[in-house]
Write a protein that binds this ligand. Sequence first.
Ligand SMILES: C[S@@+](CC[C@H](N)C(=O)[O-])C[C@H]1O[C@@H](n2cnc3c(N)ncnc32)[C@H](O)[C@@H]1O
Length: 284
Amino acid sequence: MTQAEPLIRNISDTALLAAVYRARETERQDALFRDPLASRLAGTRGDQIAESMPFSDRNTWAWVVRTYLYDQFIAEQCQQGVDMVVNLAAGLDSRPYRMSLPASLQWVEVDLPGILAYKEEILANEKPACALERVSLDLFDATARREVFAQLGRRATRSLIFTEGFLIYFSADQVRALAEDLAAPATFQRWILDLASPGLLRLLQKNMDPSLIQSGSSLKFGPEEGPEFFVPCGWKTIDVRSPLKTAARLKRLSFAMRLLSLLPASNGRQGSRPWSGICLLAKP
Ligand SMILES: C[S@@+](CC[C@H](N)C(=O)[O-])C[C@H]1O[C@@H](n2cnc3c(N)ncnc32)[C@H](O)[C@@H]1O
């Protein structure tokens, strides 16, 4: 690293941080999942980034439970017969190597070229459980993404899309346009996404590490409508799982957060209530 280069260079470095949390979880006796490749993928830079954020430990439960809930949804959808999984903004996710998946499943990872090249190099000698491919794509290049979605749409009968830890970095207009393009291929039938309420977004923005903001990774998306935001884009919500309530059940919360988790479950408009949900969407 040169003097002029910041520790967090761009939005793709947030993927290193996500890998650090998965690596730390893997080391626990009572791990909710094990990701044996996460530590190598996070690398020294990932550890340096995590160490530079003094309060990053406080949010560990949210990162880990998010992965846990996505794992659940993905496993269920695979059991229900999806023949393609498309991980948009895949970062350093290694599910094709660590989950038990049908060998015939097509798994497609999409992300920016830099992070995918880094990942390819580290995983060159590893063998995924299913048919894995990677597509370098700027997901906000609308023409290019429509072409990729159309091609993928033709290659499967029933696809599951997921966008883990991604939408929050973009504006409502950007997310709306992406959601509309994802609704276009008839075979894109399910979509898992994580959503924050406006109240949680404000809280996260207030506590965000300045280095993340300087790298262009500021937090923007927390729609007033909640999951209903996606209805005009061609999607309906069929299931919402609460990271907070899941973390409480798994005994991963501090005392204060445990009290918050006792509030009644609710999946509609949240206003200023700090709320997040892992949402499973389907075509209406
Ligand atoms: C917080 S990371 C999440 C990575 C992964 N989904 C996970 O949960 O570990 C955000 C990811 O979004 C990717 N990303 C950001 N902007 C993108 C864009 N315009 N097109 C494709 N990927 C993008 C970054 O490269 C990074 O891998």
